[in-house]
Design a protein around this ligand. Structure first.
Ligand code: ADP
Ligand code: MG
Length: 321
């Protein structure tokens, strides 16, 4: 049977780029360019809570890193490298090989090599912890607390598909093979918007990645910035695959659906052309969906300008009883 060291050598050791010390020593080492700050973030993924036990391991390897790269994107940080903590209930080499392939492919695509980690046997479930490191020039990070009254609110990409895929797989919606086929990629293969985050430096006032649902995540920007907002429901870029959904599930998916990993950001109205140019440079669609205002609170208006009732709540691991 393969030892822990064999596994690390086989699946997690890759040549580190010049100037970095990767897997194999007590710590990894990487340089920080003068005038830049290190941006770092960790996400913990648990079997049964963040992914289904039978999920495609290659998709899981991709997503474990993607959700972390999405945090770097939301700060406007350029990826440097990442570390991976794995608690494995069993030694399943085909599973590990597929997981590692998904992980390393995304790492290579974003110049974010795996430079360390920890591997241990777990008594029960699988747990995956990824930490990313990035760099951003001091003062240019896209924080949550920079939104100002009068800013436009923008979102990248499309909303809602991951929520629908999740509810289909979870049995909350009746089986629908065509709808699942059209939405599953959004749930299992999210693409972190790193290039957009970089292009928005110096343009966006505030940004967040949508992991728990647009309303909840925009709410974090509003709370941190001490402002309010109005969203225009009819402007929100619902995923094309959701066209046949009824109102209630559509609203829940678009406003409350998590696992989106697109960016929600604010920018002054005077920078609309710059935002569109940044999005074109990053090769992603962006949509203007509302405005920041001084008055606190978040209202969502329908196409007639009337307040939308029954707003869905986002995902909360510790909801109030
Ligand atoms: P230590 O005893 O110092 O914690 P380990 O024996 O746990 O070292 O790990 C040996 C080397 O392998 C270290 O450089 C560590 O960063 C790396 N490593 C262990 N597990 C992983 C993993 N899952 N992914 C990437 N690198 C790993
Ligand atoms: Mg260790």
């Amino acid at each position: 049977m393969a030892s822990e060291f064999d596994l690390i050598a086989r699946y997690f050791t890759r040549a580190a780029p010049a100037g970095l010390l990767g897997v194999g020593d007590d710590c990894a080492l990487f340089p920080v360019p003068p005038g830049e700050q290190v941006a770092t973030s960790t996400d913990l993924l648990l079997e049964g809570r963040h992914f289904f036990p039978d999920v495609d391991p290659q998709a899981l390897g991709h997503k474990a890193l993607a959700v972390n790269l999405s945090d770097l994107a939301a700060m406007g940080a350029r990826p440097i490298g990442c570390v991976l903590g794995l608690a494995l209930p069993r030694l399943d080499e085909p599973w590990l090989a597929a997981f590692a392939a998904g992980f390393h492919a995304l790492a290579a695509a974003h110049g974010c090599p795996l430079i360390g980690g920890d591997t241990t046997r777990s008594a029960h479930d699988l747990a995956i912890s990824v930490t990313v490191f990035g760099a951003v020039p001091a003062g240019l990070a896209l924080r949550r607390d920079g939104a100002q009254a009068g800013d436009d609110i923008w979102v990248s990409g499309e909303l809602g598909a991951a929520d629908v895929a999740y509810r289909l797989l979870d049995g909350q919606y009746p089986a629908d093979a065509a709808l699942l086929a059209a939405t599953r990629g959004a749930l299992e293969w999210p693409e972190p918007q790193v290039a957009l985050g970089l292009a928005l430096r110096g343009i966006a006032h505030a940004a967040i990645d949508i992991s728990d649902g647009l309303l909840q995540d925009l709410g974090h920007i509003l709370a941190a910035s001490r402002v309010g907002a109005t969203l225009h429901y009819a402007e929100l870029p619902a995923a094309a695959a959701l066209a046949a959904l009824e109102d209630a599930p559509l609203r829940r998916a678009v406003l409350g659906g998590g696992d989106v990993y697109q960016l929600c950001f604010t920018a002054p109205a005077s920078r609309r052309e710059a935002v569109l140019a940044a999005a074109a440079e990053a090769g992603v669609r962006v949509t203007r969906v509302g405005q920041i205002q001084a008055q606190h609170g978040l209202s969502v208006l329908d196409g007639q300008g009337q307040p939308l009732g029954d707003l869905p709540a986002g995902f909360d691991h510790f909801p109030a009883a």
